[in-house]
Design a protein around this ligand. Structure first.
Ligand code: 3HC
Length: 557
């Protein structure tokens, strides 16, 4: 998992504590043991706090214990609870519980040791709950399965062409460069591909400043990056990834051209997030070589690629796509064609419900806080501000001829998201921190009036249930429809594409933690108030009746 900058800091090594930190490097927790009074202690002292003797040795501890007391740091970038742990050996140690559901802790809960990589120096001891450990083990098994599938093809990719130098195209180019490929960016507008090259250079520069990247590696990546307007450049490509605006006719026209120039055997991919890739593949003479490679924003950071299999994609092309993903350090989750595929279909269900909650009385910061409390790095409105969601929804509504007063007002005021400095939130110049904006609050209240909806206080629990249970329900439908073959793949999509924490497994694993019967009951109650959208999926009902777990479901091998 990616580490937060500056946390945890390098440990302070007191004189005489060197053996402790040496053992920590191999994941072992040690305490001093007084030979005179036969008592262990965990203080950075050269003498025994009980009898004063200096005759001490280091002994290994089990690393298992229970919570004696805890508090919660609310303003931490990730869940953290300073704790006192009572270890099996009887001594109490000050430590922290990290990356576990700190809001669900109880005195007496069992915990186990977990060393966390520090900024510099040896790893630092922290503790975790048994629930979080179980979720991590589930995650590891799911990832191992995906990694094993990536080994089926030994295909080597050296040269990529990315078409479309917007935000996604530039992010995809960065991901490919980081994986050692040469990348040629094509965009019809010279200004766009030149700007993309500039943005990539700046981002790599920031990585060098933050000491995440060696200057020589930055230079090597930039030396492998070229750009231009000519489609003929495709002639040398091992893989072509199209990332232009979501317009079927435009993509079909591009794929006909790609087909003309691409060498035999090249993998032809679209980064569409919504369109029917069967129709895009049909524009070529080699639909078997066409796949969807759906990257997640920011494409250079998120470790997921949804590989979309059309009705004609060959096994070779699928395996090649898996191999490409692995070679750039990403996980390929193979899914079928449907509107939004797996991740976005669930996300859009959540977004629509979140928009409804705004009209009924909630505000963006409440809705986002409830989602961050789950351990997600961002809530739905922060995410939309980052990924240009207001512009996308505005265009989608226009295309469908649907009215959406709030979206139209936000759009008309230039509130298109973080890049514009304002969206659902406002942003200080050059900063990414979302700030509540009274203008948006007033617009939302007005939107309720326009829609004739009386605003009411909405509890955090209602926000959670209406967003998260809906996502779980959608996940169950995706499994039943065969769009995705394993429930654990849905969980990986959410972990790797949206930052759902590995210590919470993913939405399907979380569903099992909540209990399927309780979910079905809640969905049924929500349906009575809010309509058929909340009708429990057949699969959920069947599994609940059979007392089975949804995270175990797999329909494909
Ligand atoms: N806006 C844009 N880019 C951002 C960003 C933001 N708010 N935050 C981070 N980034 C990008 C930048 O490239 C940044 O590098 P830079 O600072 O040199 O420009 C890089 O990520 C790394 O930034 P940080 O080290 O600061 O990363 P953080 O620890 O702050 O994490 C995050 C940032 C990775 C964006 C994290 O908050 C996260 O995982 N958020 C969830 C993202 C998500 O849900 N993505 C899915 C979107 S839906 C989608 O992609 C569907 C598709 O169809 C479009």
């Amino acid at each position: 998992m990616k580490q937060d900058r500056g946390f945890p800091p390098a440990p302070v090594v007191f004189p005489g504590d060197e053996p402790f930190w040496e053992a920590a490097r191999s994941g072992e927790l040690q305490a001093r043991h007084c030979s005179a009074c036969d008592t262990p202690h965990y203080y950075p002292r050269m003498h025994c706090p009980f009898c004063g003797s200096r005759e001490m040795s280091w002994r290994k501890l089990s690393g298992r214990g229970t919570i004696y007391s805890y508090s919660i740091v609310e303003r931490s970038p990730r869940p953290v609870a300073p704790v006192i742990i009572e270890l099996e050996e009887g001594l109490r140690v000050h430590s922290v519980i990290l990356d576990s559901d700190v809001r669900a802790l109880n005195i007496g809960d069992p915990v186990t040791l977990r060393f966390v990589p520090a900024q510099d120096g040896p790893p630092v001891p922290a503790f975790t709950t048994t629930c979080a450990e179980a979720a991590r083990a589930y995650t590891q098994a799911a990832r191992a399965e995906v990694e094993a599938q990536a080994l089926r093809s030994q295909r080597v990719f050296r040269r990529a062409v990315v078409i479309g130098a917007g935000n996604m195209g530039a992010g995809i180019a960065m991901a490919l460069l980081a994986g050692g490929l040469s990348v040629h960016l094509i965009d019809q507008a010279e200004a766009s591909h030149a700007a993309a090259i500039g943005r990539i250079g700046e981002s790599l520069g920031r990585d060098v400043e933050r000491q995440r990247l060696a200057p020589a590696e930055r230079d090597a990546r930039l030396a492998r990056l070229t750009s231009g307007q000519e489609m003929a450049e495709i002639a040398n490509a091992d893989v072509v990834i199209e990332a232009v605006w979501e317009d079927l006719a435009l993509k079909q026209q591009l794929f006909a051209q790609i087909d003309r120039y691409a060498p035999p055997g090249a993998l032809l991919a679209t980064n569409t997030s919504t369109l029917d890739i069967n129709l895009i593949a049909a524009a070529t003479q080699r639909p078997d070589s066409v796949v969807g490679l759906h990257f997640f924003n920011p494409a250079n950071v998120m470790r997921l690629i949804e590989v979309i299999r059309t009705s004609s994609t060959s096994i070779e092309a699928l395996d090649a796509a898996r191999s490409l993903a692995a070679s750039i350090g990403k996980f390929a989750i193979v899914v079928g064609v449907c509107d939004g595929f797996v991740g976005n279909r669930m996300m859009i269900a959540r977004e629509r419900q979140a928009a409804r909650l705004l009209l009924e009385g909630a505000l963006p910061d409440q809705i986002d806080r409830v989602q961050r409390n789950l351990g997600l790095p961002m809530g739905t409105f922060e995410l939309q501000d980052m990924a240009g969601g207001i512009e996308l929804t505005f265009r989608a509504r226009q295309k469908a001829g649907k009215k959406d007063w709030l979206i139209e007002q936000l759009h008309a005021r230039g509130r298109t998201g973080q890049r514009a400095g304002r969206g659902y939130y406002r942003y200080e110049p050059g900063k990414r921190r979302p700030l509540v904006d009274p203008e948006v609050t007033a617009l939302i209240e007005e939107a309720s009036r326009v829609e004739g909806i009386e605003r009411r206080a909405i509890s955090d629990e209602e926000v959670h249930d209406r967003l998260v249970l809906l996502m779980i329900n959608e996940g169950a439908k995706l499994l039943a429809e065969g769009i995705v073959g394993r429930a654990s793949d849905i969980d990986l999509v959410w972990q790797l594409g949206y930052g759902w924490p590995d210590w919470k497994g993913g939405p399907m694993y979380y569903a099992d933690m909540l209990g399927l019967q309780s979910i079905v009951t809640k969905l049924t109650a929500l349906r009575a108030h809010h309509g058929d959208l909340f009708r429990p999926a057949e699969l959920l009902v069947q599994l609940a009746e059979a007392s089975e777990r949804i995270s175990n479901v797999r329909t494909l091998r």
